[in-house]
Design a protein around this ligand. Sequence first.
Ligand SMILES: [Mg+2]
Length: 93
Amino acid sequence: MDQNDIRVQKCGEILEHYGFEAQQEKLVEECEELIEAAQGEDYDSFIEELADVTIMIAQMNLALTDEQSEQFESMINYKLARTLDRIKAEVNT
Ligand SMILES: [Mg+2]
């Protein structure tokens, strides 16, 4: 198992233990902490909260159905393409 598989497995164990609803609430808390850290000057706090939110997002990913997961992947691709198109448009004006 590579490092990413091990992380996914650990996230699965945590999600299974606490349940989706509790972890969705935890996601909100961690996002709030990240917002605060991103607005502050403490780099270590920023890294810590970035890690917390990344872990919560990984757990939310695991809770998605196959259909939701496909929708999520498509949305990421759409958003990336849209932003790159905007950048190209900016460069060409
Ligand atoms: Mg935190």
